[in-house]
Design a protein. Structure first.
Length: 949
């Protein structure tokens, strides 16, 4: 054996090993994913998607192979008539003669055709879900205003046919290039000094392909007529005057011109005139420039622009109407809100459910507080703080909660055993009401510690283990011979064995081999800790889990945790979206929402205002160019078993009806969701933010007002931790006009564009009875209603507040001004802003709620507690009935708070200082009021002291 031959064998062996390894990897990926879908009882979904992809790839691939193959075979057959080979009319070199051997040429040609066909098959695969939607489409039941077609034609059919046309055009162009190169190689095209000679059969073949290309272009012009309803060339999105009176007719002309040019190419096949193809190509270029480009622009410039509103008015109305429909804003309830300045202490007392749920705890500092108080061990982490509501001790309470997940970056002694077999799950949650704090300014915990201790039965957790969460990217192997770490107890650890079937069974050596290849981990094969009873859990991160099951849906980036029936569940909002709704304005993107942080740090605000975990909403590919969105699905994931259920929340959405036809076993009606989970459905913040961004423009339903942008709204700014930033939607429990009782709302105020006073606010109802109803409260335009930044300015300008804040900032501490909350009560607005104090340090101190600012009308007060601030603003005696837990017989229960002696003493001192300030200012009426309030506090202090003796 020669050295060269030995190297060839070695090289071939290496290639074979790599190929086999890749094939095993492909098989392992397919097999492991199939097992995962089967374990979730979603095998039908897996095989539907896989079979659709395979079928589509084969159909497109074999179609491309047929088109390319027929054309190349025809070129080979026709070229075989030549008796001698020519290449640019020159003698072939020795190398060229070597490669001109017929068998080698055929081999290269066949290989090229197969490769190109495979590529074109993969390109066809790119729109697999669009193809499934086309063949299973459900009509929208409403028509476009121009062509009278059902909206489903534009959402399902038009994108499908446009893709098919593009793919066919690409395939025919590839065929034309391939046969041209083949003819050039075989000497059918001869280039000489006097010019280029083309054999007649080669010219006819290429011309025939040119005719097909022109026919496909003509089809494209026909489709472009419908695509005018996506046009952005006019004043608004959708077809405008120039589109319908110039471009539309231009496309008809270009369609017939293109067919005519095709006829010229056909005649060139039977004519000796060599310039006919050039005439056809030149005619196409000139027609496209003149008719498709210059003429519409002339119409726009000379006819539309001088009289734009009159020309565009009907199309502006179409844009308004269809945008409101597409974003679910066509049924918004407009509610006049007559601002009153007569709110009394009695009104406050009558609105205690609202007052008891005013959010004083801010997510950003709260997460830091949870981490320092409740992580228990360094390998635990609170990744995110969620908001929800519970009926606790008969009281409707808004709460914040966070899951205590395992942080795999922080586990001790990293090893395969520790990361995947021993530390398998997080444990429990931390939950606190939004409106209360200890005298030290820390949150009062309704659920805390390990094992979890809860203040009410509705919050008790009997299955606190979290095997699935927001940060669980690592897989876990359970039911091994090794006990799993459960939780720490003092200096010892508690251990547990997984008790359910939440993973894929490693029931055979064959499966262990597949997982070893899938995870590139040999321990699946050799570890004695793994038995036939063992199970492997993967896709444990909630976001990746639901995306793997339903890649055709768009998912909210903020799964939130629910306590129900003693177990923990994750709720995820899923959206159906499209960018093909006619006349609906494209969504241009949101600023990122800064209330969901992971890292715990942001430049300038260490440990508090962290970079948000959420992406820009528009960073999601499907959300960059959407003009239709529905929150059609609610997904529930069991945090212990991983069981995942998809519930249809919007049965009227044609997109989800289409997906239900494709995947009938995936979706369940929302009525089948357990009531204990359905009570915790909430309106998604991302959807609301998108709707608010659109509504601030599209509340102007009069075309004239819209054209002049006379009433453009804006989302207000606020100060957070000394930084001016945009307000974002916030949840609040309250009762407003058109509501019978308090319920969870998602709120966002509006200001006029480039102004700071408030003009209105939008609310989405979250509770099941009225879920999804959107109300917009409009303020009188002739009255001044303070906006958040105006309230912020008043706070900063208040001498007493500024003095105290300056003093704190000079004492090695940092004052953090939290989110300003606008609270409607009766026909009035309260403004609440919490103040946090944190010690300056490199790691960031523990944020403590130290003051609450209340503003109403021209009155403003900063006090230690919300009830004190309200009492100061509304000049009433005593304290409010704020709900807080107290310790009784070793257990925490909910009942009205009794102020302790220290709290009352501080309040007495505060009232005394207030009285002295009033006296120095010569405010005798205020001085008398402060003395009366001081007397009331001293009497309560004496009463409580007697009771405690």
């Amino acid at each position: 054996m020669t050295l060269g031959k030995g190297r060839s064998i070695l090289f071939g062996l290496v290639i074979a090993i790599v190929a086999v390894w890749a094939l095993i990897g492909f098989w392992a990926n397919l097999f492991v994913e199939a097992l995962w879908f089967d374990q979730l009882s979603f095998s039908d979904v897996f095989w539907t998607i896989l079979s659709a992809k395979v079928t589509i790839a084969l159909v497109f691939g074999f179609t491309a192979l047929a088109i390319l193959g027929v054309n190349v075979y025809m070129a080979r057959y026709l070229a075989s008539r030549l008796t001698e080979l020519h290449l640019f009319n020159e003698e072939l070199s020795e190398l060229e003669q070597l490669f001109s051997a017929s068998r080698l040429v055929d081999l290269v040609t066949v290989g090229g055709v197969l490769v190109i066909s495979g590529i074109l098959g993969v390109i066809g695969l790119a729109d697999w879900d669009g193809i499934l939607r086309y063949f299973n489409q459900v009509p929208f039941g409403s028509n476009d205003p121009i062509f009278g077609r059902d909206i489903g034609f534009f959402v399902f059919s038009l994108p499908f046919w446009d893709f098919v046309r593009f793919w066919l055009l690409l395939t025919v162009v590839a065929s034309a290039i391939a046969v041209t190169l083949y003819y050039l190689y075989r000497g059918a095209v001869i280039i000489e000094e006097r010019g280029m000679q083309i054999r007649s059969y080669a010219r006819n073949h290429v011309c025939l392909l040119g005719v097909v290309i022109l026919l496909l272009m003509a089809w494209g012009y026909r489709l472009d007529m419908f695509k005018l309803l996506y046009s952005d060339s006019g004043f608004t999105f959708g077809a405008g005057y120039a589109d319908l009176h110039a471009r539309l007719y231009g496309y008809w002309i270009l369609l017939f011109v293109t067919i005519g040019c095709g006829g010229i190419l056909v005649s060139a096949m039977f004519s000796q005139r060599r310039n006919l193809p050039l005439i056809a190509v030149g005619g196409m270029i000139i027609s496209s420039v003149l008719i498709g480009g210059i003429y519409p622009n002339l119409v726009q410039y000379f006819i539309v622009t001088p009289n734009e509103y009159e020309m565009e008015a009907p199309y502006i109305q179409y844009n308004i109407d269809y945008t409101l429909k597409a974003y679910g804003l066509d049924a918004v309830d407009q509610v006049p809100f007559q601002i009153q300045d007569d709110l009394t202490a009695e009104d406050i007392q009558n609105s205690m459910t609202t007052i008891n749920n005013i959010k004083l705890q801010d997510k950003r500092p709260l997460r830091r507080t949870y981490q320092q108080l409740q992580e228990i061990r360094t390998y635990y982490d609170f990744a995110n703080v969620d908001e929800d509501r519970y009926l606790i001790d008969g009281q409707y309470r808004q709460v914040m909660l966070s899951a205590r997940e395992i942080s795999y970056d922080q586990i001790p002694s990293k090893s395969w055993l520790n990361e995947h077999l021993f530390y398998t799950h997080g444990y429990g949650v931390c939950l606190s009401p939004v409106n209360t704090a200890t005298p030290e300014g820390l949150p009062i915990l309704f659920v805390k510690d390990i094992p979890p201790v809860a203040v009410d039965d509705v919050l008790k957790i009997t299955r606190p283990e979290l095997y699935f969460g927001e940060n669980m990217d690592a897989y876990s192997v359970v039911k091994t011979t090794l006990d799993e770490f459960d939780y720490p107890e003092g200096d010892e650890n508690k251990f547990i064995r997984y008790q359910d079937d939440g993973g894929v069974a490693l029931s055979s050596y064959f499966r262990r081999l597949a997982f070893a290849r899938y995870f590139s981990e040999i321990n699946f094969m050799i570890s004695p800790l793994i038995t036939e009873e063992s199970q492997v859990m993967y896709h444990r991160r909630i976001q990746s889990r639901v995306e793997n099951i339903a890649p055709f849906l768009e998912f909210d980036d903020d799964p939130y945790l629910i306590i129900a029936d003693g177990k923990l569940y994750w709720m995820v909002d899923a959206y159906t979206v499209t960018g093909f709704y006619p006349y609906s304005q494209k969504f241009s993107g949101l600023q990122r929402l800064p209330d969901q942080d992971l890292a715990g740090n942001q430049p300038g605000i260490p440990g508090i205002n962290a970079p948000p975990r959420r992406r820009f909403v528009s960073n999601q590919p499907a959300l960059r160019a959407i003009n239709y969105i529905r929150n059609s699905v609610k997904v529930v994931v069991d945090a212990y078993t991983g069981e995942t259920q998809f519930y249809i929340a919007d049965e009227e959405d044609p997109l989800i009806q289409t997906y239900q036809k494709i995947f009938p076993s995936l979706f369940r009606p929302i009525s089948e969701m357990p009531r204990t989970l359905r009570d915790h459905i909430r309106y998604p913040r991302d959807l609301f933010a998108i709707q608010a961004a659109m509504y601030r423009i599209y509340h102007m339903t009069n075309p004239q007002v819209f054209y002049n942008q006379e009433d453009l709204w804006a989302v207000p700014q606020q100060m957070y931790a000394g930084i001016e930033q945009q307000m974002f939607p916030y949840y609040a429990v309250m009762k407003t006009a058109k509501m019978d009782t308090e319920e969870l709302l998602l709120l966002l105020p509006f200001t006029p564009s480039n102004k700071e006073n408030m003009i209105g606010w939008m609310a989405a109802q979250c509770d099941p009875t009225n879920y999804g109803r959107i109300l917009v409260y409009n303020f009188p335009k002739q009255e001044l209603v303070y906006g958040p930044m105006q309230i912020e300015a008043r706070i900063s300008q208040d001498a007493d507040i500024a003095k105290e804040l300056t003093l704190w900032n000079q004492e090695g501490s940092e004052v953090i001004r939290g989110d300003i909350i606008v609270v409607p009560i009766e026909e009035s607005l309260l403004y609440i802003e919490p103040m946090y104090l944190r010690q300056r340090s490199s790691r960031g101190g523990l944020p403590e709620l130290k003051r609450v600012i209340v503003a109403y009308g021209n009155r403003i007060a900063m006090r230690e507690t919300l009830d004190q601030a309200l009492a100061s603003v509304f000049s009433f005696d005593g304290t409010l009935d704020l709900q807080m837990p107290v310790i009784e017989d070793g257990q925490e229960v909910l009942r009205p708070r009794r102020a302790n002696l220290n709290d009352l003493a501080r309040r007495a001192l505060s009232q005394y200082n207030e009285a002295q300030n009033r006296l120095q200012q010569g405010d005798w009426a205020g001085y008398g009021t402060s003395l009366q309030q001081l007397e009331n506090v001293l009497r309560r202090l004496a009463d409580d002291a007697i009771q405690q003796e």
